[in-house]
Design a protein around this ligand. Structure first.
Ligand SMILES: Cc1ncc(COP(=O)(O)O)c(C=O)c1O
Length: 396
């Protein structure tokens, strides 16, 4: 099926969370799954596996082709790592929770650069730790790492840092300078860095530098988490990668109780293999389609005098709208009530997200543009008030 032929009815028929939560009149732009058909090579491979009743426990990583395949994939992204140091885990958040629990000094707080993926904050709680939120600085056209805020968190005793690169929800791709500065601070304060790079394959031209590649020290003190599940739309199949760019960490991982590491699905392994061997052409097409959606959304916002609320995402299929100027107590609630558009509340992404909403633009373009129009109509009475009082919209 062509990417552009997919409809919301197709998504509903999946019976998954996406389009399975809200009543029919609501445009659901929440959960990060794509309204796109899965790549044919993945679908074929998973269908074959279903035909073979591959419903047992997964074979050990090392007996599958995946470590080799993943090692080659990662090397292509600038992470040279031997196959034996790429391990499978059911999902990134479980990998991250284990990383906090087993690779940091017990009890140490976890620094998290915000806004960030909400489940990172949950992972810290699950690991029975405290989060130090490190907000990025927002300019009119970009986000930037606040090195002073980061240093202050590390100086105050954080034992680790969670880095999301590219960033869910802002679409920011960290620069080499930013990553090198993080690495220098991590060395100075002897903290571990856990880098989630799952969104890296979905970028719109901005070069991506894996954290572990900025220098030998970064490789030593970091652990990388990724999977094919975001880029190839298979999050329900439960197979992710935890990548050890330090051999000693690999050995530590082997000592972690199996109870903390289970849950990988054989179907997820099959999907990962198929994505990495045959999913390239589909991904290229999908990224072009998503770029078109991003640009169409920005144009529609612009036409409605709202172009300034979104910094164009350099990666991911997530929009991050700054609605602070409208003075709404609950922006996501307002959009649900007044525009029938469901978005993710910004504060779920950390305190720095208050007044923002996140939305998923991997949805049919007409649905997306209709949602933007509905939001613009709901905000219009408030927009004119804002213009009347002469707020400077460029300084945010
Ligand atoms: C940055 C990031 N990491 C991880 C995940 C979820 O991954 P998993 O389902 O493998 O835990 C998401 C999902 O949206 C995400 O955006």
């Amino acid at each position: 099926m062509k990417i552009t032929d997919w409809t919301i009815e197709d998504s509903r028929a999946r019976g998954c969370k996406r389009w399975g939560v809200y009543p029919e009149h609501m445009a659901d732009l929440t959960v990060a799954e794509m309204d796109l058909p899965v790549a044919e090579p993945i679908l074929d491979a998973v269908q074959r596996a279903v035909g073979n009743q591959a419903f047992g426990y997964p074979i050990p990583d090392g007996n599958s082709a995946l470590p080799d395949l993943c090692s080659r994939w990662l090397a292509g992204q600038g992470v040279p790592v031997p196959p034996g140091q790429v391990r499978l885990i059911s999902d990134i958040i479980k990998g991250l929770t284990n990383a906090i629990r087993y690779f940091t000094v017990p009890g140490t707080p976890v620094a998290v650069i915000t806004p960030t993926y909400s489940r990172f904050l949950d992972a810290v709680v699950a690991a029975e730790r405290v989060t130090y939120q490190v907000p990025m600085t927002k300019f009119a056209d970009r986000y930037e790492l606040d090195l002073d805020a980061l240093e202050s968190a590390l100086k105050n005793g954080a034992g680790s840092l969670i880095l999301c690169n590219p960033v869910n929800p802002t679409g920011h791709v960290f620069t080499v300078d930013e990553l090198s500065s993080i690495s220098a601070l991590a060395e100075r304060y002897r903290v571990r860095v856990f880098a989630d790079e799952v969104h890296a394959p979905i970028r719109y031209g901005r070069p991506f530098t894996p954290y572990s590649s900025v220098g030998p020290r970064a490789a030593e003190h970091s652990i990388t988490l990724t999977s094919v599940s975001k880029a190839w739309n298979t999050p329900g199949l439960r197979c992710a990668l935890i990548v050890f760019t330090n051999e000693a960490d690999n050995r530590t991982w082997d000592r972690i109780p199996r109870a903390a590491k289970g849950g990988i699905s054989p179907l997820g392994m099959v999907a990962t293999d198929a994505a990495l061997t045959g999913g390239g052409p589909w991904l290229e097409e999908a990224v072009e389609y998503l770029r078109g959606n991003r640009d169409a959304m920005i144009e529609a916002l612009d036409v409605n005098g709202l172009g300034h609320i979104m910094i164009p995402a350099d990666a991911t299929y997530l929009g991050w709208w700054d609605l602070r100027e409208f003075g709404l107590a609950d922006p996501a609630g307002f959009l649900r009530e007044e525009a029938s558009v469901a978005t993710t509340p910004g504060e779920e992404h950390g305190a720095a997200g208050a007044g923002f909403v996140r939305l998923n633009f991997a949805t049919p373009r007409d649905v997306l543009i209709d949602a933007v129009e509905r939001v613009a109509a709901a905000l219009r009475p408030r927009t004119s008030t804002v213009f009347d009082v002469g707020h400077d919209l460029t300084s945010r």
